[in-house]
Design a protein around this ligand. Structure first.
Ligand code: N2P
Length: 367
């Protein structure tokens, strides 16, 4: 029986190779690893049409998951999209190759101010280009939350999550938070009046202690499931990423299910992050990766992505092509007043990373 299975799988492999040898002889492959719910429906198809390059597209919803692959090496990916603080740490470990800017003429479309901001994590924008950016705030189901807190309760604060008296009233309709220690612990620290960018271990421990305190009222920790759950009314409050919450809002509107979702950037401030396209040092096809990065930086392609996923981009040329509803949504493109309240991610060294990871395990598991 075993032998038979083996024979079949060998045959399968041989056939696969033969097929690849005949029909796909001239086709190139690009292996992309990107965040889930983060690209327009037709981006990949258009890229293949324009270049003849076939794309394998895998997704993740956690910087930690991506980081483990990048640090282990030989991931097989040609293009990945770490957040800037993670990019910096991984680049320092030699995980990425410098971009060949002669292959990226569309860099001219990028906003110099935002690229300068990104350069704080990647000197001279050597290794990466901004894909999309956003904030980490709170999605709420207006009706369900008002029902529980009262119509006059201001929905503008992290108290929805971090005040036990408030979150305990919301627990029954479902609260989720991100499974992202480097975002959740600083948010808790900020609520306590501490610097969210502090790497002092006592500060981190205080943030984690607050999370442990509210943890009994949290239904789950997850970084992508919340889009559908919020949209369907299965949860009523989620700490999540700007575009994801707006996607939940759109899905509910399209489903005409009566669920009304709002995205809140809390008045105490929130994290502003930048996700960066980068090429692993051992990418099998760096040339195709450059082609993809340049393709994404096309004004229309970036506008299509922003219009579809509701994340802000850093492509000045695309803005004329971004839908007004998206452009004018201050949850996606915050006002200057809100921007001034946002904090930037802090790059954790290995010691802080260990502390944060250990604290997070305790928050999630209780020990
Ligand atoms: C997309 C999430 C991307 C934002 N679902 C995380 N940096």
């Amino acid at each position: 029986m075993k032998k038979w299975t083996f024979a079949v799988s060998v045959l399968g492999l041989t056939m696969g190779t033969a097929l690849a040898g005949t029909t796909l002889a001239n086709s190139e492959t690009l292996n992309i690893y990107n965040w889930s719910d983060y690209i327009a429906e037709d981006t990949i198809e258009k890229f293949t049409k324009a270049t003849g390059i076939e794309v394998n597209y895998d997704v993740y919803d956690s910087n930690e998951v991506l980081e483990a692959k990048m640090l282990a090496g030989s991931s097989g990916y040609d293009l990945v999209v770490p957040t800037s603080d993670f990019l910096m740490r991984q680049a320092a470990a030699g995980a990425y190759q410098p971009l060949d800017k002669s292959k990226l003429p569309n860099l001219k479309n990028m906003d110099p101010k935002l690229m300068a901001t990104a350069a704080a994590y990647d000197e001279g924008n050597k290794n990466a280009v901004i894909y999309m950016w956003g904030t980490t705030g709170i999605g709420v189901n207006n009706a369900k939350v008002k029902e529980r807190l009262g119509a006059d309760f201001a929905l503008d604060s992290w108290n929805l999550i971090f005040d036990e008296a408030v979150i305990s009233k919301l627990a029954d309709c479902g609260v989720s938070i991100l499974d992202a220690p480097t975002e959740m612990i600083p948010a808790a620290m900020n609520y306590l009046g501490l610097d969210p960018r502090s790497t002092n271990k006592d500060d981190l421990a205080k943030g984690a202690a607050l999370l442990e305190k509210i943890r009994p009222h949290v239904r789950y920790f997850h970084s992508s499931q919340y889009i559908n759950d919020l949209a369907n009314g299965d949860t009523c409050v989620s700490v999540g990423w700007s575009g994801d919450i707006v996607q939940a809002q759109t899905r509910a509107t399209e489903a005409e299910n009566g669920v009304d979702i709002a995205y809140i950037i809390p008045k105490e401030g929130a994290l502003q992050w930048f996700d960066m396209m980068a090429i692993p040092v051992d990418a099998p096809n760096p040339d195709a990766a450059h082609k993809f990065i340049n393709f994404v930086m096309d004004a229309q392609i970036t506008a299509d992505i922003t219009n579809y996923v509701a994340y802000a981009n850093a492509n000045t040329a695309s803005m004329a092509l971004v839908d007004d509803a998206i452009k004018n949504d201050t949850g996606i493109f915050p006002t200057q007043e809100t921007l001034d309240k946002l904090w930037a991610s802090k790059v954790y060294g290995s010691k802080t990373d260990r502390i944060s990871t250990r604290l997070w395990t305790k928050v999630k598991t209780g020990h």
